[in-house]
Write a protein that binds this ligand. Structure first.
Ligand SMILES: [Fe+2]
Ligand SMILES: [Fe+2]
Length: 269
């Protein structure tokens, strides 16, 4: 049973809202204007986002602990703290949308994150680089692709402001993340490159599998973005799995693969 994600009130709530600069009026979102099926889909997807953003807080907290344990550069500590705070903001934004859509935001179950023993056996500097490649490199680059695609087409004021705020943060994360990856890779012997390639490939795999499945169901002559305009979904910040697969394909081809290739991290097998 999932537990609700609670908010506080009074001074604690004001501190959080001012620290995170949450100035969006979510009451402008009107769920009564949304068809029931679409409303349920929107609640489900934004609820999933609450949980992935919650995991992002935990992963970035792990990153903060690991860059400290690795004795990394001082500047990286500031970066990691900023990442943690931004991910808390993303949880707050997504959960405000869930509430505005008439549902209750839930914590992932279990709330505690389970780390793989193989990951825990790594040294701190290796864990930090693994997180940077998987989360800041692969996942954030793909997120920026999805959010940018939505943001260009979304005509709802509230959802658009949430997409704007998230996009600005994620662009910073992945930009600085790639810089950290490049610097951190230099600390490891060249012989370790296949291990880092595997980290990137494993982060990419779930996206690739999902995308391949969705693309296989689309007739070849329909495999382009114009075939899936879906403005009613975009207004709620949603993508069909077909459009998401096409955005994945384009982001991988145009942005992610060149960046990975430049660092020797693209698994070509
Ligand atoms: Fe996030
Ligand atoms: Fe992020």
């Amino acid at each position: 049973m999932s537990r609700p994600l609670e908010r506080s009130d009074g001074a604690l709530r004001s501190f959080c809202d001012s620290r995170l600069a949450l100035e969006i009026d979510f009451s402008e979102l009107d769920p009564s204007a949304v068809p029931v099926d679409l409303l349920q889909q929107a609640r489900r997807i934004w609820q999933q986002r609450v949980q992935t953003e919650f995991r992002s807080i935990q992963i970035m907290t792990r990153f903060l602990a690991d860059v400290l344990a690795a004795g990394d550069m001082l500047d990286v500590y500031a970066l990691a703290v900023d990442f943690v705070q931004d991910e808390i903001k993303h949880v707050a934004l997504c959960s405000s949308i869930v509430e505005a859509l008439g549902a209750r935001p839930l914590l992932p179950e279990p709330a505690e994150i389970e780390e793989k023993p193989r990951f825990l056996r790594l040294r701190a500097a290796e864990r930090a680089l693994s997180i940077a490649i998987a989360m800041l490199g692969v996942n954030e680059t793909l997120s920026v692709g999805y959010i940018r695609d939505l943001r260009e087409r979304c005509d709802d004021r509230v959802i658009r402001r949430v997409l704007d705020a998230t996009l600005a943060d994620e662009e910073t994360h992945q930009g600085l993340g790639w810089e950290y990856i490049a610097r951190s890779l230099d600390r490891f012997p060249i012989a370790s490159l296949p291990d880092w390639r595997r980290v990137a490939a494993e982060a990419l795999d779930p996206h690739r599998i999902q995308s391949d499945r969705a693309l296989a169901a689309i007739p070849v002559d329909q495999r382009h973005l114009d075939a899936f305009p879906e403005s009613n979904l975009a207004a709620l910040g949603l993508l069909s799995e077909q459009r998401q697969a096409l955005v994945f394909r384009n982001t991988l081809r145009d942005v992610l693969a060149p960046r990975l290739r430049k660092l020797g991290l693209l698994d070509v097998s």
